[in-house]
Design a protein around this ligand. Structure first.
Ligand code: BTN
Length: 106
């Protein structure tokens, strides 16, 4: 049974993975990144991990947005690239892409 792990990215956001059973990731993600909304709220994170990589998705319910991270663990580092899917005030959908480097805290 894989132990829980706790990760922080370079923007200060936190990812707590409490279970990664048989490839399924379950945890919480708390956004602390400057320039983004929905800060300081732990949202459910779910995804999958395989020998070649991992992904997880977080829905920011109050922000009408969700983000998908794709990456891989490399020791205590987890480089990822992400896509943020959002709907603006006029109801127009959009996407934003970036990269996050997560470092394992425990
Ligand atoms: C939103 O502003 O619509 C919700 C919060 C999005 C936060 C993004 S997710 C990708 C990037 N990495 C972070 O740690 N925070 C931002």
């Amino acid at each position: 049974l894989p132990a829980p792990s706790y990760w922080k990215n370079e923007r200060g956001s936190e990812l707590f993975i409490w279970s990664a059973n048989s490839g399924a990731i379950q945890g919480t993600f708390t956004n602390h990144a400057q320039g983004f909304a929905c800060q300081g709220i732990p949202y459910p994170a779910s995804g999958a991990v395989s020998p070649t990589g991992l992904y997880f998705v977080v829905t920011f319910a109050q922000c009408n947005s969700f983000t998908r991270w794709v990456g891989k663990t490399n020791g205590s580092q987890m480089p990822t690239s992400w896509t943020l899917f959002y709907v603006d005030k006029n109801g127009k959908p959009g996407k934003l892409k970036g990269a996050d480097l997560f470092t394992r805290v425990w």
